[in-house]
Design a protein around this ligand. Structure first.
Ligand code: ADP
Ligand code: ZN
Length: 210
């Protein structure tokens, strides 16, 4: 199955994708994670995108499309994937349609108020990438990952200014994709509020009814 996840920052794409990836045995491909890894490893791509990510702006399409193209050619992506954070613009969606079209596009819907609350409280494990929330999904021990004991950190773009920029970028550049995929009969809305398990249950219901 080839699944694209749409939805604003904070909709729960990463959390959902991690769950779906495990249960369906498909690779979770997150462009945000790929960019953050490039930054951490100080590659030439990382150097180009570091400030863009910190400010909450979108990376230029050519760079992003090239990155995804390479990733989708890897053997583990042959039987399907869960794309999280791509496409984010119409040209990216058009490129994907040419390279390797999506079969299912899930649109995670959440209100702006919830987005801000979720992103301001988000913490991520430096070691295994597991996502926590200070209020709704706190780790057992402060600042430490339950799963692997790694250190939890706050993403550099999870602060009010960058969050606002990311939301604006979403509204202007990404939200038109809802209509775009809707026109191609690929879009399935999914309510993103509630617990990760309840969102996943709603997705399983969708699969049963297909
Ligand atoms: P979120 O969905 O919470 O905003 P992501 O981890 O998906 O976070 O993305 C973080 C940042 O990575 C974005 O703000 C943007 O700078 C960059 N990025 C990720 N995916 C794309 C993409 N498809 N096109 C352009 N930039 C991207
Ligand atoms: Zn961890």
């Amino acid at each position: 199955m080839k699944i694209v996840l749409l939805g604003p920052p904070g909709a729960g794409k990463g959390t959902f994708a991690a769950q779906a990836s495990k249960r369906l045995g498909l690779p979770h491909i997150s462009t945000g994670d790929l960019f953050r890894a490039a930054i951490k490893n100080e590659t030439s791509l990382g150097k180009k995108v570091k400030d863009i990510l910190a400010n909450g702006l979108l990376v230029p399409d050519e760079l992003t499309i090239g990155l995804v193209k390479d990733r989708l050619l890897q053997p583990d992506a042959a039987d399907g994937w869960i794309l999280d954070g791509f496409p984010r613009t119409i040209p990216q969606a058009e490129a994907l349609q040419e390279i390797n079209p999506a079969e299912l596009v899930l649109n995670l819907e959440v209100d702006d108020g919830l987005i801000l609350q979720r992103l301001m409280g988000r913490r991520i494990c430096r070691n295994c990438g597991k996502i926590y929330h200070m209020v709704t999904m706190p780790p057992k021990r402060d600042g430490i990952c339950d799963a692997c004991g790694g250190e939890l950190y706050t993403r550099s773009d999870d602060q009010e200014d960058s969050i606002k920029t990311r939301l604006a970028a979403y509204r202007e550049q990404t939200e038109p994709l809802v209509q775009w995929y809707g026109d191609r009969n690929l879009l399935i809305p999914l309510r993103g509020k509630g617990t990760p398990d309840s969102v996943y249950a709603a997705f399983e219901e969708v699969l049963r009814n297909r």
